[in-house]
Design a protein around this ligand. Structure first.
Ligand code: NCD
Ligand code: ZN
Length: 349
């Protein structure tokens, strides 16, 4: 294929970390340029555990939107609630009735950034919430990794699927589940074997790189995210699933900005900043797989359909235009090293 541009229905980012305060002002513009909507993750320092906090957080995103320069006509943040052992079914109903909350996020306790309020015992403490989610058809978004030092970090997703997701599915056959940032062959096979009530988001980083990049010529913190990058066989399997057009797979960048001081640190935070070039990455992946005709399904249709949202009416055009990813991005006293910094890309929004 050698066209000079591609136009698709404007995509949605179904897994995004926007943070708060200056970091929010810093990163929001990158998302808004490329996406009409985004599922906004609730793992702030003070987690978004109820509807009131979600409304306030949404208002700060809408305020930040006002300061974005350029021709931004429309962006909708789709808010989520952070599930804890204490979340009640009533809170879920309130969330639904607010009209601004579209999903509930399950972080296993201690599994990732800001997950210390995450769930300790899903089956014991959250049954009523899960029942309610199934009734109101609100998706449960899962960070599917066990947190257990005895389980190898590369196996934590497949063990989570066996230990938690398979029994969960037995108890709640029609609960909408999204396995977030799917990273393994076992995960892909689980989704293939599931009904249309199960879906998964796939990030650019898990399809662009295998785990060798973390150790290439030294230890490279900007490629450290959770779930951790996997081996080449897993990467290839993920690309096949994402580019297949199968409606159970859709776009979620898991763009997770951290200031350079937190990344280049004795104890580096997990997260890759993938928003800056998100769509260019996905175009590269789909073009190299020879499946560019399925890009629009993955980026713009499958996610909206799973969430029962109308498909977007605007479009996005991506141009073939060689460009180098900047080594750093700066705003006030914050610095982010974007994913693929220094690499040359062939596509640009
Ligand atoms: C995310 C973050 O920094 O908030 N980090 C990451 O590595 N993906 C949290 C998450 O989604 O696990
Ligand atoms: Zn995430």
């Amino acid at each position: 294929m050698n066209t000079s541009y591609i136009t698709i229905v404007k995509p949605d980012d179904m897994h995004l970390h926007l943070r708060h305060y200056d970091m929010l002002d810093f990163v929001l513009g990158d998302t808004v340029k490329q996406f009409a909507r985004a599922i906004v993750m609730p793992n702030l320092n003070i987690p978004i555990i109820n509807t009131k906090l979600a409304i306030n957080y949404r208002n700060s995103i809408l305020n930040a939107l006002k300061n974005i320069k350029g021709d931004i006509k429309y962006f909708e943040p789709l808010m989520t609630l952070y599930l804890t052992d204490l979340t009640t079914a009533d809170e879920i109903l309130r969330a639904k009735e607010s009209g601004i909350i579209f999903a509930v996020k399950l972080y296993p306790h201690s599994a990732t950034t800001n997950s210390s309020s995450g769930v300790i015992d899903l089956f014991k403490n959250c049954s009523k919430v899960l029942e309610m989610l199934q009734v109101i058809k609100m998706p449960l978004l899962i960070h599917a990794e066990v947190f257990d030092h005895r389980v190898d970090i590369f196996d934590r997703e497949s063990v989570y699927i066996d230990k938690i997701i398979i029994p969960l599915r037995k108890k709640f056959p029609e609960l909408k589940i999204v396995i977030e940032h799917l990273s393994t062959k076992e995960g892909v096979d689980y989704v293939y074997s599931s009904s249309s009530f199960t879906a998964a988001t796939i990030t650019p980083q898990h399809m662009l790189y295998n785990r060798n990049i973390i150790f290439s010529g030294g230890l490279r913190p900007h490629y450290y995210c959770l779930p951790i990058l996997k081996s080449e066989a897993h990467r290839e399997y993920l690309v096949k699933a994402a580019t297949s057009g199968d409606k159970r797979f859709f776009l979620g960048t898991d763009s997770a900005p951290h200031d350079i001081k937190a990344k280049e640190n004795n104890c580096c935070c997990a997260g890759c900043y993938s928003s800056y070039n998100a769509i260019s990455f996905y175009v590269k992946i789909f073009e190299e797989a020879g499946c560019i005709s399925n890009l629009e399904k993955f980026a713009s249709f499958n996610g909206a359909d799973f969430y029962d949202l109308p498909r977007n009416s605007q479009t996005l055009t991506i141009y073939r235009n060689e460009n180098v990813v900047p080594s750093e991005l700066r705003f006030k006293d914050l610095t982010i090293v974007p994913l693929a910094s220094g690499e040359t890309l062939q596509w640009h929004v």
